[in-house]
Design a protein around this ligand. Structure first.
Ligand code: FAD
Ligand code: FES
Length: 1235
């Protein structure tokens, strides 16, 4: 460890804000940069600083809480709290049963080192002095690219005349993407970032002139200063630009991206161009010897990503105009995620009224996202001239926009109905905004026009990120047991190393001297025969050593975690886009990747191409067997029911998006076929076995070592083995170490994710909401191989009841075989999909009965001793307790009244509330996997080296296992160390999965420690006053064996689908969540206002880690159910390959108020030290957000007299929310277009 930590590093670690740690250095640097610029930031500044950072593990709350300590807001609730968590913690503690112990802190803020800005390193003066020296032209000639940085405008224009096709690059945020991901190649690049004329900022008579190289951060600063200084009516456009900049990428991008770069990229979804176009900004354009000014109008973008500038011309500057009295301007951006996301529709709207009137003199509306270029709604604007700004104008404008802003049903980008509706909805927002401002302004001049109705007012408000607050409650270790490390909120043992960046991940392993890099060659067709592979161009790329394919495999090319139904390298046929066909090994990653792209494969396409579940159903493309579970008399149940309803739901897939992508380093040992693998995997033994199979050697020749992963979430349970096998085969072939860490787009292309599910159901129920009978059919989209899909479907079936007791039930499940990369394990493993469909029919029943959903849910809930449809008795059933506590914690009844009142008072924003339980079965459903081993080595100095079968992926398994060993051996954690997981210490390990790793490995460690304790007992007896070291030393000199193996298998497991008998699970984890949301009915955006979670984790081994799992799992569920969307073309090509297109929750998505409570006094006799599994169960609780959204939509639909059940698929994206909130605007689009 570094000798001195910076407070920024210390606080994220101690606040439990680092789990896998892969995001941590990036977050540390964002916070550090903020503090260097602003030593006393506000909480809002902190949130803004993190707009460009992502974390997939923590759920963000602990990071924000830890860093709140730096803010002037002064910690929780304005500084009232003494330590972490919320000042409300103590209040709530008091509300609990007096027999319980007070809640303790998860960390002690008073231990934090103070931040002393005077001690920061200074910017090197030598570098500062360089900036004063005269600029010189810089030239860098690379292998393929010439990069020139001219130092004057003349030089730049001269160069542009010489190289008219040269690319200008300022921030490189667009060109960089084009070169890396779109395969575009620019041999000459000109960098004009420091040319003074391109950095000009000057006030002109008509506005502010801004040089094209001015960064967006600087532009924001300049406009903010102008808004402060100038009269409000003059800065309408400036405010609109600022509003767009608020949601433009993240701080890191805004710091380097230039305004000219945004204009000249000519993206149809540029955020600034619609504003500049609606404001008629003036652009100064120059070439050698020529300069002219043009207006940004409808002709400026003649085609997709084109401007009217000639190749030799450059953009010099833009003039952003002042506005006048009587002029109003707004800008809107609608994107799937609020922070750092690209727009779906974006617009600028500009209206000018005749003096002292509400009569339109001129109007200009511009949209992005509605055509291949930024467009003006000229026809609509012409129709509005000389009209009064009133309801008739609104109607005319909307009808006209519905006609003018049309899209073909197959328009690129999809979401056609939504985008068309948005053009109208956003205009409506503008209309209300202007109506309000105009009425106030005219009133001052003695003219009265109608103001906005109070219930419409929220439609004019801008989306704001509120500062989050949180509460965490857990049962502390009783006084007197403070030496007992189990139950203490100990920090993740690697957290400090992760914060300083010293923690070693797979790709951090230093390069071997003769190491090579590997890049994958993958299929571009979803279903085709390979006719030929031409590697001649690839082999000509410098540094390329070999092309590896199926013919290089010495053993078997067939692989797979359960059945060997897939190939390491496609042989003659590909069955998905991204199917691995071969690999290039070269001296560098760049050469390998370039060569991989140069491999030419010719195909003969095959039919059918099956992409969706619906395609699979139509083609009867299923893996076998079809699974079913049945209990009771379903036909009779339907007969006895008062009503029957039918429904359907589709749940989209999800990308694991571990921040560390798949990585393997394979090192051939040079003798006896030995191969050493360093891998980021959850399955060391499976990797070992499958690599050995491909290499044609026995498993004892292959060692797989795993230090830690930068996240796994199931994605590295089986899918990582293919990459490891490919890399191992390559290393074997070239007889040199080979490394491959996939880029994000490659990782998303070749590995599958969570299975999309489709369910249809028939429910029989009584008038009071009691469900009598259920028939449900589930389909999962498995992709092109079976992988773990059968077990995943089985788990979905085991969870199809969620927490409800349905007397007569029949469920059938089909695993669909499609032409997508094989879908696989992802936190929850099918359970969330099964439960989600249960909540869909539960919601339908409540809506059709007209009863409160919480009452219907409560009435149907299991009770202690009930049996599940798979005949397992529910013992120690704690959902009732979680439910009651969650109702209290969230103040449910009061909240519900407030929601209803809010909804009566607001037409265009609605709130919704929901309470959802979860019951999650713990055990691998494949019985043989429920085993674990451990090896405990005690050295003669008393230090202990612990090894077990589980891998560390951020969840804190190693920390918990050290705690278990510490408690069992009775020694401090500091004496115990875990270096890694490896197949040569503990054999035949099960994957670290199914939430069961603490249970299984914990027991194995416990058993090993017990063996050691027995061996040491004579020495303790001989020397009772001695210490651990004394006993160990004495035993050593007495020649006692000081290492021990431990083993554990879960007893009494096994379920038979044929007879519906046996026990699939060792026990169940339970939890309940309440969530409240607010939706914007016009745009479909939503805000997560509140979430309370009560989770039964038994007697927590480590409350800080367990709360981390609850919050992190919840946030992943939030992504699954409200945000994350994988989009494919009809021929199976994944569009959403990377963080630009695929959006996981960001800092701004966490509930504004988040309360997490670990259920007290709930020991679980079935697991180590009475604990319970926690990794997966909380994820489903995010369904409470989905159903709160559905509740809000129900309120919106009621305004249009729509009642009763309606279908809402998951995720509840803005598109789905907006389309479900049917109103006059959606009707207008639909009447114009066949929805
Ligand atoms: C993570 C991420 C998030 C993003 N988010 C957003 C967003 O929210 N909204 C949005 O609109 N865009 C977004 N972008 C796109 C991009 O950041 C912007 O378009 C940005 O303004 C480009 O500026 P740049 O200086 O980086 O351009 P560069 O990549 O350097 O150049 C872009 C183009 O402009 C040309 N160019 C630059 N200067 C001149 C000049 N003076 N004369 C002629 N041509 C010139 C270049 O030749 C090139 O074709 C995002 C990009 C990334 C990577
Ligand atoms: S801790 Fe943030 S991604 Fe793992």
């Amino acid at each position: 460890m570094a000798s001195k930590l910076h407070p920024v590093q210390e606080r994220i670690a101690k606040a439990h804000g680092s789990q896998c740690g892969f995001c941590t250095p990036g977050i540390v640097m964002s916070m550090y940069a903020l503090l260097r610029n602003n030593p006393q930031p506000s909480m809002h500044d902190v949130q803004e600083a993190f707009q460009g950072n992502l974390c997939r593990c923590t759920g963000y709350r602990p990071i924000l809480e830890g860093y709140r300590s730096f803010t002037k807001d002064g910690g929780c609730c304005g500084g009232k709290a003494q330590s972490n968590g919320c000042c409300m913690t103590n209040e709530h503690t008091q509300e609990h049963d007096s027999s319980t112990l007070p809640a303790q802190k998860l960390y002690d803020q008073s231990e934090f080192m103070p931040l002393d800005p005077t001690q920061e390193i200074i910017f090197p003066p030598e570098l500062m002095s360089l900036s004063k020296q005269p600029q010189r032209e810089l030239r860098f000639a690379g292998e393929r690219v010439l990069w020139i940085q001219p130092c004057s405008l003349e030089e730049l224009l001269e160069l542009k005349a010489t190289y008219p096709n040269a690319k200008l690059v300022v921030g490189n945020t667009e060109v960089g993407i084009e070169m890396k991901f779109k395969n575009l190649f620019y041999p000459v690049i000109l960098a004009p970032a420091y040319i003074p004329e391109l950095n000009i900022i000057q006030n002109t008579q008509d506005g502010i002139q801004v040089g094209a190289s001015v960064t967006l951060t600087v532009l924001g600063d300049v406009l903010r200063a102008a808004v402060k200084k100038l009269p409000a009516h003059q800065t309408e456009v400036f405010k609109a630009v600022l509003e767009q900049l608020r949601w433009f990428a993240g701080q890191q991008i805004r710091n380097v991206a230039a305004v000219g770069g945004n204009i000249m990229t000519a993206s149809p979804i540029s955020d600034l161009n619609p504003v500049f176009m609606a404001a008629s900004c003036k652009l100064t354009v120059m070439s050698k010897g020529e300069k002219h000014v043009i207006e940004m109008d409808g002709k400026f973008f003649p085609g997709y990503r084109k401007t009217i500038l000639k190749p030799e011309e450059i953009l010099l500057s833009i003039e952003i105009p002042y506005t006048r009295k009587g002029q109003y301007f707004s800008a809107f951006k609608q994107s799937p995620r609020k922070e750092d996301d690209i727009a779906i529709v974006t617009c600028g709207m500009n209206v000018f009224f005749k003096e002292q009137s509400n009569i339109v003199q001129s109007i200009r509306i511009s949209y992005g996202g509605m055509a291949p270029v930024t467009v003006l709604a000229t026809a609509t604007c012409n129709r509005l001239l000389n009209r009064q700004w009133n309801e008739e104008l609104l109607e005319e404008a909307c009808t006209s926009l519905a006609e003018e802003m049309s899209l073909s049903p197959s328009a690129p980008g999809g979401m056609v109905t939504y985008r068309r509706t948005l053009t109208i909805s956003l205009f409506y927002k503008f209309f209300l905004n202007v109506q309000h401002k105009l009425s106030l302004d005219l009133l001052k001049e003695g003219v009265t026009v109608e103001d906005v109705r109070p219930e419409y007012a929220t439609a004019t408000e801008l989306f704001q990120l509120d500062s989050p607050s949180s509460v965490q409650l857990y049962q502390a270790v009783p006084p007197g047991y403070s030496d007992d490390v189990v139950g203490q909120p100990i920090m993740h043992l690697s957290a400090l190393k992760q914060a300083t960046g010293e923690a070693i991940y797979c790709d951090d392993i230093p390069c071997y001297e003769n190491e090579l890099h590997l890049a994958l060659v993958t299929s571009t067709k979803a279903h085709a025969l390979i006719k030929s592979i031409d590697t001649s161009d690839a082999m000509a790329v410098p540094g390329v050593v070999a092309f590896i394919s199926a013919k290089d495999i010495p053993g078997s090319n067939m692989t797979g975690p359960v059945v060997y139904d897939e190939t390491v390298f496609a042989d003659d046929k590909v069955t998905c886009v991204g199917h691995i066909v071969g690999a290039i090994v070269a001296d560098t990653q760049a050469h390998a990747q370039r060569a991989a792209k140069a491999v030419k494969i010719s195909y003969e396409e095959l039919q059918p191409v099956i992409v969706t579940i619906q395609d699979a159903i139509a083609n009867k493309s299923f893996f076998q067997p079809v699974r079913s579970i049945e209990r009771g008399d379903v036909a009779q149940g339907f007969k006895d029911s008062d009503h029957i309803l039918h429904g359907e739901m589709h749940i989209g897939g999800q990308e694991q998006f571990y921040l560390e992508t798949n990585c393997t380093l394979a090192v051939p040992r040079g003798e006896d076929g030995e191969m050493e693998l360093f891998v980021s995997t959850q399955s060391a033994s499976k990797t070992q076995a499958l690599v050995a199979k491909a290499l044609g050697v026995s498993a004892n020749r292959v060692v797989c070592r795993v230090k830690r992963m930068g996240g796994g979430f199931g994605g590295k349970e089986s899918r990582s083995t293919i990459l490891s096998t490919v890399v191992a085969v390559a290393a074997h072939t070239v007889k040199r170490p080979v490394r491959c860490m996939l880029d994000r787009d490659e990782d998303m292309l070749v590995t599958g994710g969570r299975h999309p599910f489709f369910g249809h159901y028939k429910v029989g129920y009584m008038n009071n909401g009691r469900v009598m009978a259920l028939e449900v059919t589930l389909y999962s989209n498995a992709g092109n191989s079976l992988d773990l899909s059968l077990s995943i479907l089985e788990r979905a079936l085991f969870h199809m009841d969620n927490s409800y007791n349905i007397p007569n039930i029949r469920a059938t499940g089909y695993v669909c075989k499609t032409n997508l990369p094989s879908n696989s394990a992802f936190r929850g493993f099918g359970g969330p999909q099964g439960m989600m469909i249960a909540e869909s029919w539960m919601s339908d029943v409540a809506l059709s009965c007209g009863l409160p959903a919480e009452e219907v849910r409560r009435m149907n809930m299991y009770k202690e001793g009930d049996f599940t449809p798979f005949s397992q008795r529910l013992d120690n059933f704690t959902i009732d307790r979680c439910w009651e506590e969650c109702m209290q914690l969230s103040d449910f009844n009061k909240r519900k009244d407030a929601v209803e009142q809010y909804n009566r008072q607001h037409r265009w924003t609605k709130r919704g509330l929901s309470i959802i339980p979860t019951k999650f079965g713990i055990s691998f459903t494949a019985v043989f996997l429920n085993q674990a081993g451990a090896l405990v080595l005690v050295y003669s100095d008393g230090s202990v080296l612990l090894t077990h079968g589980g891998t560390e992926m951020g969840q804190g398994l190693h920390t918990k296992m050290v705690q278990v060993a510490s408690k069992t051996l009775g020694i401090p954690c500091s004496k115990i160390h875990i270096t890694e997981t490896s197949t040569n210490t503990v054999p035949n390990t099960s994957p670290t999965a199914a939430s069961a790793s603490s249970d299984l490995n914990g027991m194995a460690i416990y058993n090993a420690c017990q063996t050691l304790l027995q061996r040491l007992q004579p020495y303790k007896d001989k020397n009772p006053k001695g210490c651990w070291e004394d006993w160990v030393k004495a035993a050593y000199f007495d020649r006692v064996h000081l290492s021990a193996n431990g083993f554990y298998k879960t007893p009494d497991l096994g379920y038979d689908f044929e007879t519906n008998s046996g026990r699939p699970f060792n026990y169940f984890s339970y939890g309940v969540a309440v969530s409240e949301v607010e939706i914007d009915c016009l745009t479909g955006s939503h805000k997560n206002l509140h979430t309370s979670i009560v989770m039964d984790v038994g007697k927590s081994l480590n409350p800080a880690l367990d709360i981390g799992q609850v919050e992190g799992g919840f946030m992943q569920g939030l992504g699954l159910f409200t945000l994350e969307e994988l989009r494919y073309s009809p021929d199976g090509y994944l569009y959403t390959r990377g963080p630009g297109m695929y959006k996981i929750p960001a800092f701004g998505d966490i509930p504004i108020e988040l309360k997490v409570s670990l259920l007290r006094d709930a020991p679980n006799e079935k697991a180590i030290f009475s604990s319970k599994a926690v990794g997966e169960p909380p994820l489903f609780l995010a369904a409470s957000v989905f159903y709160a959204i559905k509740d809000a939509i129900t309120a919106a639909r009621a305004e249009s007299n729509l009642t009763g059940p309606f279908r809402l698929d998951s995720p509840a994206t803005p598109e789905r929310i907006r389309n479900a909130c049917e109103d006059k605007f959606t009707k207008l689009v639909c009447s114009n277009f066949h929805c």
